[in-house]
Design a protein. Structure first.
Length: 685
């Protein structure tokens, strides 16, 4: 079987390579033949040019140039004319010329008058023109006329070769001058080139026969040498490489038959060396693959261990329904350095931690485990985030030869009051939703943990109200990068959170992650992404999913103030106290009039008002939303007026929205898809 394959490969090479040589030699012969013919043709034309010029000047010696113009003017044929005509006829026949003719063109070269015209009847079919015959030149092309002008006006001879199926002819024209050396006529000699065709055929035939014989001899010698020196060794190499692939690098040993120091022998030695290298590579690859699979399995376990170390039960504490919390950590590699944690210190204190270890991979994950464990152990003993950081920092600095560090944010919420005390160790500023405004909770951060021992950390605090939210994250969120190396950034994050305040903490984190993924596109995740959101819920309102909603759109004009008020009253229970009803009326009027006066100025627009009455176990709740497409404006962002000052000393404006926030239980504002959305909420008694 192997010998059969070997013979097939040899036959294939023996057939193809000579075929390529034959094609190449044929093309070369054709090029050489055509090139030789061009040289032959050039020499042939040069010889004809010399011959016809000699005949032309011989004929010119018979002609009296002083009588030409007389004959052209109408003088009859006299004895001199007849004698000259006879000489020209003799020359035409003896020299085997086709024509000899003498013509006088008019000044515009539109016609010419024949003075002499001789025709060889055995060479061409035709009759000679008589003396004085006029012939039009308009049937000739511009090139022919230009040649006549060249002879007549510039007194230069011209030669013209014409080729056709019979061989063609050559025409030589020279000027005829009188005794004053003025050109008076044109003498033309036309000689046929009937032998050109036969000469060309004989030349090409002999050239191609010789080339074919030489090519055949060359191919025969080439095949013998090629088969012995190239094809057979190549077939051996081809057979051995195929055997190499089929038998996982094993060789049969036939390459040892190839001797010498040429390229094929070098190739044979290379294949033999490749076999040795391949066996070594397969052994190394098998070992490396096994080691990689072992490490991958260990990393999978490490990933699972790290995930199990982070709390994953949401909501975290059934006995504290006032706390809504959700968190996620997505490592950039199998394991990461980000972490989050939350735990109850006692019944009234709840701790939240988010950290980011420098670096990535296994070293960062190990340091993360240490940092998280220390923070929780110390945090269960103390209620001061600054003191916790100081103790943990000193412990992490001990034996930190790798120079790793941790940025960390920790807050401790006093559930009964809503106050959250926090410290920032070089971490990104969290985002807080408070008093209807979404903003960064920015303080001057202290040095990261494990940076320097003996560092002091500052404690800050903020009081959360029911419904307030706290979003803590690592820099993997804001430093997410797209294919253009643009960062997701703090502005995009703030805008993303602002549009989602109506969602649960879990839904917010999921939607933000989608926004980040959309921004990144096909770019790989650059860093660990960790997010945590804490919501302080208002348990004084326990909804039963028993609610009624009405929506109505009004033109934003002062005249519609009363219809708006009637619409709101239609949704409020009859037993609502006058005090609460007055507060609702004041808030509705403040918000609606502001929209009517400023949202679309100087144009006009409309406002969509949604009113929802929710029945609860204790007190019903009315929720009123104002939606307009006017100029983006957040009235909650305006600083509250100082009510301790007199009316004359206070700045104008801001009092109405301040009273709205004071009278309502909850006031929120968002801007999404070109709409301002302001919502107020009030318990009814």
């Amino acid at each position: 079987m192997q010998n059969s394959v070997k013979k097939i490969h040899a036959a294939s090479l023996i057939i193809r390579l000579p075929l390529y040589i034959v094609i190449f030699c044929a093309i070369l012969c054709l090029i050489n033949g055509l090139t030789g013919y061009r040289v032959f043709k050039s020499l042939f034309e040069e010889e004809y040019e010399n011959i016809t010029q000699q005949f032309a000047y011989t004929a010119l010696s018979y002609i009296d140039g002083d009588r030409i113009l007389d004959y052209a003017a109408g003088a009859p044929a006299d004895d001199d004319w007849k004698e000259t005509d006879e000489k020209l006829n003799v020359l035409t026949k003896t020299a085997m010329l086709a024509y000899i003719y003498v013509t006088v063109p008019d000044t515009k070269f539109e016609s010419r008058t024949y003075i002499y015209d001789t025709v060889h009847p055995d060479v061409v079919n035709g009759k000679a023109y008589p003396l004085g015959r006029t012939s039009s030149l308009k049937k000739y092309d511009a090139n022919y006329i230009a040649q006549l002008k060249l002879v007549m006006l510039e007194e230069k001879p011209y030669i013209r070769f014409v080729y056709n199926e019979t061989g063609g002819h050559v025409t030589t024209s020279i000027p005829v001058k009188d005794k004053n050396n003025a050109t008076v006529a044109i003498l033309s000699v036309v000689k046929p080139m009937s032998e050109v065709r036969s000469l060309k055929n004989r030349y090409l035939k002999s050239t191609f026969i010789f080339s074919a014989a030489l090519t055949a001899l060359f191919i025969l010698i080439y095949i013998i040498v090629l088969s012995k020196a190239v094809i057979k060794p190549l077939v051996l190499v081809t057979h051995e490489t195929a055997n190499f692939a089929r038998h996982k690098g094993e060789l049969s040993g036939i390459l040892k038959k190839i001797k010498g120091n040429n390229e094929i022998a070098t190739l044979a030695r290379a294949v033999e060396k490749m076999s040795v290298d391949m066996h070594r590579y397969i052994a190394d690859l098998t070992h490396t693959t096994a080691e990689k699979e072992r490490l991958s399995a260990e990393l999978d376990v490490a990933t699972q261990i790290q995930a199990n170390m982070l709390p994953r039960i949401f909501p975290p504490y059934a006995e504290h329904p006032e706390i809504e919390l959700f968190a996620s950590m997505e490592p950039a590699k199998e394991v990461g350095g980000d972490f989050y944690d939350f735990f109850m210190i006692d019944d009234d204190h709840f701790a939240v931690v988010v950290g980011d270890v420098s670096g990535k991979g296994v070293p960062a994950a190990l340091f993360m485990v240490i940092a998280k464990t220390l923070i929780k152990n110390v945090g269960l003993q103390k209620k001061n985030p600054a003191q916790i950081f100081e103790q943990v920092n000193d412990q992490l600095c001990e034996g930190n030869d790798a120079g790793l560090f941790v940025t960390c944010w920790m807050g401790i919420l006093t559930i009964s009051t809503g106050e959250i005390a926090f410290a920032n160790a070089g971490h990104t500023s969290p985002i807080i939703y408070h008093n209807g405004t979404v903003e960064y909770l920015t303080v001057k951060p202290n040095l990261m943990l494990a940076g320097l021992p003996g560092m002091k950390y500052q404690e800050h605090s903020v009081t959360l109200k029911p419904g307030d939210r706290l979003f803590v994250y690592t820099d993997g969120v804001t430093e997410a990068t797209n294919k253009d190396n643009e960062l997701f950034g703090e502005d995009r994050l703030l805008a993303s959170i602002t549009d989602k305040q109506h969602l649960s903490s879990k839904e917010i984190l999921e939607e933000i992650r989608k926004d980040i993924a959309t921004f990144e596109g096909d770019a790989p995740q650059f860093d660990d992404i960790t997010m945590l959101e804490l919501v302080l819920k208002d348990l004084s309102i326990k909804e039963k999913n028993d609610s009624t909603t009405k929506i109505k759109t009004f033109d934003a004009t002062d005249e519609n103030m009363q219809p708006v008020s009637d619409f709101i009253h239609s949704m409020i229970p009859k037993n609502c106290s006058s005090e609460i009803l007055n507060k609702i009326d004041l808030a509705v009027e403040e918000i609606y009039i502001n929209i009517a006066h400023y949202a679309y100025k100087p144009e006009t627009g409309n406002v969509e008002i949604s009113c929802t009455l929710t029945k609860t176990d204790s007190q019903p709740v009315v929720t009123i939303s104002f939606k307009d497409k006017g100029v983006q404006f957040n009235p909650l962002a305006k600083e509250d007026p100082d009510t301790t000052l007199s009316a004359e000393d206070r700045d104008i404006g801001g009092l109405g929205i301040y009273l709205t926030k004071q009278f309502m239980d909850n006031v929120t504002y968002t801007y999404s898809e070109g709409y301002n959305l302001l919502t107020i909420q009030k318990r009814i008694s």
